[in-house]
Write a protein that binds this ligand. Sequence first.
Ligand SMILES: [Fe+2]
Length: 167
Amino acid sequence: MGDAFLAMLERDQRRLLRLCAALEDIADSLPRSRERMQTGRVLSFLNKAFERHIFLHEKVLFPLVRSLGGPRSTVEPVLAQLELEHATDHGLVHEITSFFLNGCAGEPRTSVQVLGFLLRSFFENYRRHHSWEKNILYPIARVHLSSGTIASQHDALLRVSLGVGGG
Ligand SMILES: [Fe+2]
C-alpha cells in the first residue's frame, strides 16, 4: 500500500499540473475564454481537485512525515510552509471561482485583467509548490514507506482517512 499511496500522490500531482496548463490557456485566451463553457467546467474541477490535494497531503502524508521526525524535526518548517501555501492557494481558487461567476463592478477590461492575474497567481504558485513537494517531501516519504513497519502503519492510517475497509 505504500507504493499505492505514492502512486496516488503522483497521479494527484499530474492532475493538478494538467489543470495548471488548462488555466494558463484560459489566461492566455482572455477575454474569449471567459465565455467558454469549458472554462466553467475547468474551474469547478479545480476546486475539487485542489481540496483533494490538501486532504491527501495534510490529513495523510504530513502526519506520517511528522510521526517519523518528532516535534523538532528539521522537516517541520517545510511542512508548515506547504500548509501555508495550501491555505493561500485555496483562497485563490475561491477568488478565481467567485470572480469568474460574479465578475466585478466597473470596466470589463479591468475584470479581465483581474481574472488573468488571479489565474496566473494560482498556476505559478502551484508549479513552485509542486516542485517542493516532488523534490523535498516525496523522497522522504518514499524512503520511509518502503520500510515494512512504517508502510503497514501507514496502511492503517490511510484506510481510516479515506474511509475504506481493511483487507
Ligand atoms: Fe501541496
